[in-house]
Design a protein around this ligand. Structure first.
Ligand code: CTP
Length: 410
């Protein structure tokens, strides 16, 4: 997707600048031509030699360099790129960009460019939250500047909060999404995504049921994000108080068995994301009339196991199985170890594992801390809003280019 794309990477000062080297490596692996501008601050953290070696290009540092100006002026440098990426973007450089300052090569190139600009901010949490930085970011985004991150977590300065540079693979995925969108149809156009969300209700009698505390926020946000990337999206949802995401086909069900049927009826799908908290058990005999209190005391309820929807998708024949199947693992301890076991047992490709212990506020809350577990890797994502988790997951799904339905119809 990045073959032949010209990316001007501006490396500003910040302890995370070393991670821009990995960004360069990943972009080069994908065939992009990467030219780098290193600010004075950036050069305190990474050397021009490493940047030049990895980008396989000359590194530009000086606004008033006679040789650079003769070979490639700062105007050309900024205009010859297809995309300008500022990674890391310091508070200072964001402020210069917002105010149109041009006192070094990086800020001059950013002012002179007529190309799209993407920033990957990183800084101390107080600096990020400062009204000045927030106002600068609002100004930049209103001008169409794209932003990746920052994430939340432990910061290099020892404080905890929002300010971490986005993960390298998320920056690369955002760049790939940008070019995919530019190339015409959205990256998941023509793909069908199936998402489950919310709890299930397992009826005991016409008025009572066994349910759980799932709010549906995460699953609904994922459906919205996939639809936003152009996927035809079917959301099979248990009872929630959520409004239907725009542009998504919503199938409302109550029980696990209804969810199972609705999911299989929605196939074929290229990607399936099972975010629902499906009830593991139902009452063997669902009373047709309300169970009354009587002399016999409380009724004994016999539970039987519900079908496992995620596992059933994983077991489909290769030509019917969604190319990418993603499950969730809600755990209250040993999160990654259980997720690994679940990945294998349920035959899925990725597990989004999260800790739902009391006190984490995940069930019903707006934030989530997840680990993306695949057969050969574990990524620990910082705590973020559920819609941010959804956006990041959707970008990763797009980058994986799942295409079951196309290969079936071809
Ligand atoms: N899942 C499903 N159908 C079920 C049970 C679970 O599709 N009958 C899916 C969930 O949507 C989720 C994943 O399986 O993507 C894991 O759910 P979880 O409740 O964490 O796992 P369980 O299978 O219930 O295993 P355990 O309770 O032993 O952890």
């Amino acid at each position: 997707m990045l073959n032949g794309k010209r990316i001007l990477l501006i490396i500003a000062g910040g302890i995370a600048a070393y991670r821009s080297l990995d960004v360069i490596r990943r972009l080069r692996e994908r065939g992009a031509d990467v030219r780098c501008v290193l600010t004075k601050g950036g050069a305190q953290f990474v050397t021009p030699l490493s940047v030049a070696a990895l980008s396989e290009n000359k590194v530009y540092q000086d606004l008033f360099s006679l040789t650079d100006e003769a070979e490639m002026g700062h105007i050309r440098l900024s205009r010859e790129a297809d995309l300008v990426v500022v990674c890391p973007a310091s508070a200072d450089l964001l402020a210069k960009m917002a105010n149109g300052l041009a006192d070094d090569l990086a800020s001059t190139a950013l002012l002179a460019t007529d190309k799209p600009v993407m920033v990957c901010p990183t800084m101390n949490v107080m600096m990020w939250q400062h009204p000045a930085t927030q106002a600068n970011m609002v100004t930049l985004e209103a001008r169409g500047v794209l932003r990746v991150g920052p994430g939340a977590g432990n910061l290099a300065c020892g404080e905890i909060g929002t300010g971490r540079l986005a993960e390298v693979m998320d920056i690369v995925a955002a760049i790939e999404c940008f070019f995919a969108e530019q190339a015409g149809p959205k990256p998941l156009a023509g793909r069908h995504a199936l998402v489950t969300s919310g709890p299930t209700w397992e009826a005991i009698d016409p008025v009572r049921y066994i349910g759980n505390r799932s709010s549906g926020k995460q699953g609904h946000a994922i459906a919205a994000a996939l639809a936003g990337l152009g996927a035809r999206t079917t959301l099979v949802s248990g009872p929630t108080g959520m409004t239907d995401p725009a542009g998504v086909d919503v199938v409302r069900i109550e029980s696990a068995r209804q969810m199972y049927d609705a999911c299989h009826a929605a196939l074929p799908a290229d990607v399936a994301v099972c975010a629902a908290a499906v009830g593991d058990w139902r009452v063997e005999v669902d009373a047709q009339k309300k169970i009354k209190k009587g002399a016999g005391g409380p009724p004994a309820l016999t539970l039987v196991e519900n079908p496992d929807i995620l596992a059933s998708l994983g077991q489909l024949a290769a030509n019917a199985r969604p190319r990418l199947i993603i499950g969730f693992a809600a755990e209250t301890g040993d999160v990654v170890a259980y997720a690994r076991a679940k990945l294998e047992r349920k035959g899925c490709d990725w597990i989004v594992a999260n800790d739902v212990s009391p006190g984490t506020g995940t069930f019903g809350g707006d934030e989530n801390t997840v680990h993306l577990v695949s057969a050969d890797a574990v990524e620990n994502w910082p705590r973020m809003r559920k819609d941010e988790v959804a956006g990041r997951l959707a970008a990763r799904i797009a980058a994986a280019r799942p295409n079951t339905t196309r290969s079936m119809s071809e």
